[in-house]
Design a protein around this ligand. Structure first.
Ligand code: FES
Ligand code: FES
Length: 165
């Protein structure tokens, strides 16, 4: 039976470069839509209060805490999740840098950290140390002590510059 207080309505957006036509409600968080409706299980939920950044996705290239964005807000937008970064089974330079630098332990924060790094390097291909630390400070890692994450971001920046057309 339709819920008259929270009716479903159509929603169109682009997810990892592919068009999505789905339905949502006014109360659905983007994270829940991605995880339950779009198979985006790499989007992690932790605090669900826009504090930890584990649920970070890119909306039109901007990092957003998907736990705290309503799904209807992405109508017509381009959403990027961790699942869409690899290309034909090949990790993106940022993913490869995180893997090669072992920049994770439990891995719960990693998808958000990688997407955050993608957004940073899209804006600034050669960020200085202060810019990296400032940018990464929006996301919390409970395991690594951050030094390997910082090294992965530096390494990702190098890799992307070396492979830039
Ligand atoms: S789960 Fe969204 S910011 Fe923590
Ligand atoms: S690797 Fe465990 S929270 Fe970051």
């Amino acid at each position: 039976m339709p819920d008259r207080l929270d009716p479903r309505f159509d929603l169109s957006f682009t997810l990892n470069g592919a068009p999505v036509e789905t339905a949502t409600t006014t109360a659905t968080a983007l994270a829940d839509l991605l995880r339950e409706g779009c198979g985006g299980r790499g989007t992690r939920l932790a605090c669900e209060r826009a504090v930890c950044g584990a649920c970070t996705v890119l909306v039109d290239g901007v990092p957003r805490a998907s736990c705290s964005v309503f799904a209807f807000e992405v109508e017509g937008c381009a959403v990027q999740m961790i699942e869409g970064l690899e290309n034909d089974g090949e990790l993106s330079p940022v993913q490869a840098a995180f893997a090669d630098n072992s920049a994770f332990q439990c891995g719960y924060c990693t998808a958000g950290m990688i997407l955050l790094t993608e957004a940073l390097l899209a804006r600034d291909p050669d960020p200085d140390e202060a810019a990296i630390r400032d940018w990464i400070s929006s996301n919390i890692c409970r395991c690594t002590g951050y030094s390997l994450i910082l090294e992965a971001v530096r390494d990702a920046a190098r890799r992307k510059r070396e492979t830039a057309p």
